[in-house]
Design a protein around this ligand. Structure first.
Ligand code: BTN
Length: 227
């Protein structure tokens, strides 16, 4: 898979889209030392100190139908979980539905995915991943961040983290395509706060939910409490 390495870009997701629009052929990955307009979920931005974190976007061609697009989310979050565990065996990252990765009660990674759909099939997916790697101080307005380095007191080579993640995302997307039931079971078993109350953003609305799993479209299965 080709790696497009950039020093500075507005957003690796935007750059991946521009490359696709210009005729680049997936799979490829865009990886930047610095983003000037990193995008987060909803209207949020993604703030990551330059050269300290992994900010990248994979452009893949999942062999999945539109209704199965949540499986890309499942694959991406499991690939991040595996990558963190390979580098930091002492921790057990959990997935906060749909695709935030948490260690204990702190967010270590955010994922932002968009799809190009043709007919009833996914043509390509842009999977943007922001993994906190070596950053040790975060702006106060970021809720509960944590980095790999804060957890292990070590520094990591970000190019190596990218290569490990690249291998994992390809392998796990393959596995999810061939055995979605087992993959969804593993995802569910590794959900953050499974069976416990937690606040989730569902269709842009914050809800206090007790999650028990995901449904056949990747939606959260949960009981709702009053916030
Ligand atoms: C979230 O809000 O949790 C999602 C954050 C996703 C951030 C990553 S960083 C690399 C890629 N490029 C972007 O502009 N956003 C994603």
């Amino acid at each position: 898979m080709k790696i497009n390495r950039l020093k500075k870009v507005d957003s690796t997701n935007l750059e991946a889209q521009r490359l696709l629009d210009a005729g680049a052929v997936a799979p490829f990955v865009v990886f930047a030392d610095e983003q000037t307009a990193g995008k987060g979920q909803g209207d949020h931005s993604w703030n990551a100190a330059p050269c300290m974190n992994l900010t990248c976007s994979f452009v893949l061609r999942p062999q999945l139908a539109v209704a199965e697009q949540y499986l890309v989310t499942v694959a991406a979050s499991l690939a991040v979980k595996k990558t963190i565990q390979q580098l930091l065996p002492a921790v057990n990252p959990k997935i906060k539905w749909p695709n935030d990765v948490y260690v204990d009660d702190k967010k270590i990674c955010g994922i932002l995915i968009s799809h190009k759909i043709i007919g009833s099939e996914i043509e390509s997916s842009i999977i943007g991943i922001g993994l906190n790697v070596n950053q040790k101080v975060f702006p106060e307005n970021i809720p509960n961040p944590v980095s790999m380095s804060q957890l292990s007191k070590k520094n990591y080579n970000i190019d190596e983290v990218l290569l490990i993640l690249k291998k994992n995302i390809v392998e796990i997307l393959n596995r999810v395509e061939t055995d979605p039931i087992a993959s969804v079971r593993y995802y569910t078993d590794n959900m953050y706060k499974l069976g416990e109350k937690s606040v989730y953003t569902v269709n842009g609305v914050q809800k206090l939910l007790t999650a028990t799993g995901i449904d056949e479209y990747g939606g959260i299965v949960a009981e709702e409490d009053l916030l």
